[in-house]
Design a protein around this ligand. Structure first.
Ligand SMILES: [Mg+2]
Length: 295
């Protein structure tokens, strides 16, 4: 019966060499050449039954999604992805192992990400995929969540809601769009939409110490969804929300049909302008729950 080391040996035959990677998989650590740019690092863990259903989607789609969600976080900083570490907790199945790696390899190839190492475990539990991704920012630096100011306009890069019908498995990380926007405009804050528009915007508001105000009629609803609450809180859209000063906002509205203005930053609070009426915006959306010993 093939084991972990057979799998790792097989993986090593599948991985091309890459610029900047001095030593790839196979030693205790990878060795990376230094970069002149700031680097961004992110990690995301996906579990069968929570982030995908292996029985329905298969191992290739699970592996692809694990890469794509990490790429979306790199996009949210306006970074360019360079390399990734992959840790797997595998059910004892060679087919699943190979399928997950195939999905990871496909996306690594599409986005020119080097797989530089990782860790493989097998157990009687469900499939768990944890990926750590490294990228580098452009000469303009990283875009943070914390730079938005009252008066800034808020935009989203695509329609929202209903990703659970299938889109969540195959999101399009907005790497190219983010780098292009960052190059042309002064983005004051940005985040990718994983947990739902309302919740993710509350992160921008908190980190930027301002408020946000969304305009219901301006929020683009995806054809997979039907209602505004879905667009506000479904999550896993993996579009980007960003803030810019009004001067840039005017230019984006004029020049970028791929970006939708959804509202603006205000002094404080989370608000929804619905048919001219201002209502509190509830930051509903996905979160993992934790049992607390206090009940
Ligand atoms: Mg994120």
């Amino acid at each position: 019966m093939p084991g972990e080391f057979d799998f790792i040996s097989w993986i090593r035959t599948q991985i091309p060499s890459a610029a900047g990677v001095v030593v790839g998989p196979g030693d205790d650590c990878a060795v990376l050449a230094p970069s002149t740019r700031d680097q961004v690092v992110t990690t995301d863990t996906l579990m069968d039954g929570v982030d995908f259903k292996l029985r329905d989607c298969g191992p290739v789609a699970a592996g692809r999604k694990a890469m794509l969600v990490n790429l979306s976080d790199i996009a949210a900083m306006a970074g360019r992805p360079t390399s990734a570490l992959v840790s797997l907790c595998l059910p004892k199945s060679w087919e699943i192992a190979v399928g997950v790696f195939e999905g990871i390899r496909q996306i690594a190839h599409d986005f020119q990400v080097a797989i530089i190492g990782g860790d493989t475990n097998s157990w009687d539990g469900p499939l768990v995929i944890s990926i750590t991704m490294i990228g580098e920012v452009t000469g303009r630096g990283a875009v943070l969540r914390s730079g938005a100011r009252p008066g800034d306009w808020l935009f989203v890069t695509g329609p929202l809601g209903g990703s659970i019908t299938g889109r969540h498995l195959n999101p399009v990380p907005r790497i190219r769009e983010a780098i292009d926007l960052h190059d042309r405009y002064s983005l004051t804050a940005m985040i990718d939409l994983s947990d739902g528009l309302a919740r993710d915007l509350s992160h921008i508001a908190r980190e930027s110490r301002c408020g946000v105000e969304l305009i219901t009629e301006q929020i683009p609803i995806h054809r997979d969804a039907t209602t505004i609450p879905q667009a506000l809180s479904d999550g896993e859209d993996f579009e980007l929300v960003f803030a810019v000063a009004p001067e840039d906002g005017v230019r984006i509205t004029r020049d970028r049909p791929d970006c939708f203005r959804i509202g603006q930053c205000v002094e404080s609070g989370l608000w929804l302008i619905d048919k001219g009426q201002r209502k509190p915006l509830i930051p509903a959306g996905w979160q993992h729950t934790l049992d607390h010993p206090g009940g």
